[in-house]
Design a binder for this molecule. Structure first.
Ligand code: G6P
Length: 476
């Protein structure tokens, strides 16, 4: 563990999960997220440190190394998990930032906890950052950290990246703490968004609500500092996914899945965190109606829906889980036959290998969020289809729709439109699906997550180049 770091990543979660080891002790396992894959090489080249919450309420955790990565845990109390994480982050900000798909709740104690926890993260970062270091703060849970860092350590180069959408001014304006959040973000030198629309929303709000001068993607502060707000669409480790999809284990597993589902049936697939932004019920409804109307037959088609448990103590997530349970039960009760349910529903999380096997086994991947910053599942599916086969039905409200233009794009609020797209994708001639998949694969393989990290860090070092040290590119 280095005493001080040139690069500090600050994210709500550490890139490892707590696991019970066979010898009875507790250890860590690298979580499958793409972020750590992207940042791993640049962390190593810069003696980087990652600051984050390990999940749970353990409070006496010391900084540690995991497979060469230096990790600094930040503890949360039971109350903070309720107020900062489940409350302010996931029952206030999450719905507001996703088009108010669910009703946001506003509680002043939640906000106080958000401020306290953001300060804890900022103080930890300051402890480990060397003079002139780069600190890269991630996501909606930590929007106050940039300005807190700047107040404590003006020598730092500070980047912030929002992984979820940044809402239009009309929705953001509902937040009682809107000004504090904007000011928190303005502590950064570079504020990154998934889409240029998010960056524009931010700049407009800064002009309207904070009163700073702006021009295009720049904000001019009275103290002479300039901040840039721009889009950096995130991606995945595309080569890594392709390699996994080609592996013997995954090939074998994909064949097993096909066999279990019935070789002659075509497979629709949805894989999501169980979240109300993902439009899970609407897409299942579209599929079920097609079966009901006889346009699809359960002997020819099955919908496999994987919903990964998420934020299970937040009320809206519990309500959604019950709704899906009921809906799937009813559809299978009404439309299934013995041994051939219409929907095969799995409420569970799976390792990357199993996901890759599912992607390979699927004929039609269905990704229909009401609003999504990017949606990496869509990109993972494309990366795994090295055979150029498979169709993608994709919501136009996912960030990924901007790049994956050859998908069957749908409006998830329009059930009839989704039904048509599902049918078209189901009946599409191979020539058509191949042409579309090839084009999408070129996009996904060309712009991977390493390119994303590089372009953000380069963008960060171009602002006020005289200030702070420059992050070194990874050694090759
Ligand atoms: C989204 C957010 C991440 C978050 C992840 C999982 O992708 O952008 O910040 O970590 O969901 O959610 P969780 O609440 O389990 O961290």
């Amino acid at each position: 563990m280095p005493d001080s770091a040139q690069l500090v990543i600050v994210a709500n979660r550490l890139p490892v999960d707590r696991v019970d080891l066979p010898d009875g002790t507790r250890g860590w396992r690298r979580s499958p997220g793409g972020l750590v894959t992207a940042l791993d090489p640049v962390m190593r080249a810069n003696d980087g440190v990652w600051i984050g919450w390990p999940g749970g309420t353990e409070s006496d955790l010391e900084p540690f190394e995991d497979d060469g990565l230096s990790l600094v845990p930040v503890s949360l109390t039971e109350d903070e998990i309720e107020e900062f994480y489940e409350g302010m982050s996931n029952a206030t900000l999450w719905p507001i930032y996703h088009d108010v798909v669910a009703k946001p709740e506003f509680h002043r104690e939640w906000w106080d906890s958000y401020v306290t926890v953001n300060r804890r993260f900022a103080e930890k970062a300051v402890e480990v950052a060397e003079e002139g270091a780069t600190v890269w703060v991630h996501d909606y849970q930590l929007q106050l950290v940039p300005q807190m860092l700047r107040d404590l350590r003006p020598d730092l180069r500070i980047g912030f990246y929002l992984h979820i959408p940044f809402p239009p001014a009309e929705l953001f304006a509902q937040l009682p703490w809107r000004r504090q959040i904007l000011e928190g973000l303005l502590g950064a030198d570079l504020v990154g968004f998934q889409m240029s629309g998010g960056a524009q929303n931010f700049v407009r709000l800064v002009r309207q609500r904070v009163g700073h001068k702006t021009h295009r993607d720049l904000v001019y502060l009275p103290d002479g500092r300039t901040i840039r707000a721009a889009a950096f669409p995130i991606s995945i480790d595309a080569e890594g996914f392709e390699e996994l999809a080609r592996s013997e284990g995954v090939t074998k597993r994909a064949a097993e899945i096909r066999e279990a589902l019935g070789e002659e049936r075509r497979v629709f697939l949805g894989i999501d965190r169980l979240d109300y932004t993902k439009g899970i019920v609407a897409r299942l409804r579209a599929f079920a109606e097609l079966v009901e109307e006889g346009k699809l037959d359960v002997d020819d088609a099955v919908f496999v829906q994987v919903a990964t448990p998420s934020r299970e103590r937040v009320e809206q997530y519990r309500i959604l889980r019950d709704e899906i349970d009921r809906f799937v039960g009813r559809v299978n009760g009404d439309l299934g036959r013995i041994g051939t349910p219409a929907i095969s529903y799995l409420h569970s999380s799976y390792p990357r290998e199993e996901m890759a096997a599912l992607y390979r086994a699927a004929d039609i991947m269905v990704v229909t969020p009401y609003r999504d910053g990017m949606n990496l599942v869509a990109k993972e599916y494309v990366a795994c289809r090295y055979d150029d086969a498979g169709a993608l039905v994709l919501s136009e409200f996912a960030g990924a729709a901007d790049e994956l233009r050859q998908a069957w794009q749908v409006n998830p609020y329009d059930i009839n439109g989704m039904k048509s797209a599902l049918l078209e994708a189901f009946h599409a001639p191979e020539k058509d699906t191949t042409r579309r998949m090839r084009a999408m694969r070129r996009t996904v393989l060309r712009k991977d997550v390493a390119a994303w990290a590089r372009s953000f860090l380069e963008g960060l070092s171009e602002i006020r180049p005289e200030h702070g040290k420059t992050v070194r590119p990874p050694r090759t």
